[in-house]
Design a protein around this ligand. Structure first.
Ligand SMILES: [Ca+2]
Length: 499
């Protein structure tokens, strides 16, 4: 008898059905996973942005969950994407830079969903492996392109069968494809669609109707750009590079470096264009929401809206990401699913959640088993009932990239109140760069580096111990950890092909 039940359950799993608590078969929820690229956590109306309005993104949070303190564990596109899919840190999945493939046999939440009968699709920017646009495991439908793609007229590879330039603006092109994918779905089979936006990644090209959306809005350099006295020297060295505010600003500044106050106009133009690209994404979110509503699938679909990493927009004199400063590691993250929270009672979650929590959380919501050895945790209980055992600290890591020599090796820990960052040289000898210590609770803009204040020596020691403990829990210690040698902050521009 027992065996028969097992068989029945297995059969049900195979067709994608699962059972409610009362034992009645129920269809698993669909998953619409919308991932933006380099969207700041405050490039969102819901986060209180004064200029950028994003009503469709906001609605996901206003009818669901707004994770106010969501972070990436490595602030770089490919490593972060791989962590979202797999639930593990970069050293474990191995995608430690923007040039490495997601390992072909490495499990992802999509593979698990595919295994229990989901129709899985990936549309848009994949960007793990610079020159490969072929289908990847875990997806029945796979449409992507090489590298970064272009805002206009990108050549897509459709399931490895044909390559075709899709005319028009990237955001709308992939939204059309997403609509086709959802529209052709059968009613009795759950689906999971991962939509990878190009926006709002550099270089920023808005669609024509939004080109002037923010005309006339002043965007000064943030105050922290001028508070570098207590910062490590490498941050000052970065000011005039590809990743500094006096550099070329992703080609918005033609003559560089330029540290004259009036050159802020280039920074303004860049920021306006960046915001503008997100207006099109907001339209896309609105279209897909409406399609789900029309199909009667809105409340049986988990809608995730998140960014892969943060972005510095002048903080500490920096652009780009990679560092462990707040603007770089904070990500927007919204989830709408009535099986998680009732739309009439939206929730704001303040606890620190991470990119690596997404895979285990989605699998729990879909009732689809689990991934072995994940570093992240499901936040389902945290959202629904609160979780007193939820993490109060986590670690961050980034490895120096020769191709982008503007950020050292980074290792750091963030608790609910403190952040400690240090910069190992890569030769196991004492650090050459000054470390950083911030009280992120009272100094969220990281204005005051307290590392040299003797009053906090005990805090530093505790954080160093915590960092070591957290890293060891994921298999990292002095013997196992690998990182490149820090070759210093350099002035030259990166290779044009990989910008
Ligand atoms: Ca990114």
């Amino acid at each position: 008898m027992k065996l028969r039940i097992v068989h029945l359950v297995a059969a049900a799993l195979a067709v994608g059905a699962f059972f409610t608590l009362r034992g009645a078969p129920a269809k698993r929820p669909n998953v619409l996973f919308i991932l933006t690229d380099d969207q700041r956590s405050d490039a969102l109306g819901l986060a209180g942005n004064k200029h950028l309005k994003t009503p469709n993104m906001d609605r996901i949070g206003r009818e669901g969950v707004y994770f106010k303190n969501a972070f990436c564990t490595t602030s770089l596109c490919s490593p972060s994407r791989a962590s979202i899919l797999s639930g593990v840190y970069a050293h474990t999945h191995g995608v430690v830079d923007n040039f490495t493939e997601y390992p072909a046999n490495f499990r992802s939440f999509s593979m698990v969903l595919q295994g229990v009968g989901y129709d899985t699709g990936y549309i848009g920017k994949w960007h793990m492996g610079e020159n490969n646009d072929e289908p990847r495991p875990g997806f029945n439908w796979f449409v992507t392109h090489k590298g970064q793609g272009k805002y206009f007229d990108t050549e897509f590879n459709f399931n490895g069968k044909k390559r075709e330039v899709v005319k028009g603006y990237y955001t709308h092109a992939i939204t059309n494809m997403a609509e086709e994918f959802i529209t052709r779905q059968r009613r009795d089979q759950p689906w999971c669609l991962f939509l990878g936006h190009k926006a709002s990644h550099s270089f920023y090209f808005p669609e024509p109707k939004y080109e002037k959306a923010f005309a006339g809005i002043r965007v000064p350099y943030p105050e922290t750009a001028f508070m570098l006295d207590d910062k490590p020297a490498w941050i000052k060295d970065r000011l005039y590079t590809w990743h500094g505010i006096y550099g070329p600003l992703f080609e918005w500044r033609k003559k560089f470096p330029d540290d004259r106050p009036e050159a802020v106009k280039d920074f303004e133009a860049m920021t306006r264009a960046y915001w503008s690209t997100l207006l099109s994404v907001d339209d896309s979110v609105g279209r897909l929401y409406e399609l789900l509503r029309q199909r009667g699938e809105l409340d049986n679909t988990i809608i995730v809206f998140m960014g892969d990493n943060g972005l510095l927009n002048g903080e500490h004199g920096m652009v780009d990401k990679r560092t462990m400063h707040e603007a770089s590691i904070r990500i927007p993250m919204l989830v709408r699913y009535p099986g998680l929270t009732v739309p009439a009672h939206p929730k704001v979650v303040d606890r620190q959640v991470l990119t690596i929590d997404m895979a285990p959380s989605l699998l729990e919501l879909c009732g689809a088993g689990s991934l072995k050895g994940v570093h992240g945790r499901s936040w389902v209980k945290l959202v629904q009932r609160g979780d007193s055992s939820w993490r109060s600290s986590w670690f961050y890591h980034y490895n120096y990239e020769k191709q982008f020599p503007y950020t050292p090796n980074v290792r750091g820990v963030r608790t609910d109140s403190w952040k400690y960052i240090h910069y190992p040289h890569g030769d196991a000898k004492p650090d050459r760069h000054l470390a950083e210590l911030y009280n992120v609770e009272f100094d969220p803009e990281e204005r005051h580096n307290l590392i040299e204040n003797p009053k906090y020596a005990g805090v530093v020691r505790d954080l160093q111990r915590e960092l070591q403990k957290l890293m060891e829990a994921t298999g990292l210690n002095a013997a196992t950890e690998k990182m490149p040698l820090d070759e210093g902050i350099k002035k030259e521009l990166p290779d044009a092909k990989i910008r």
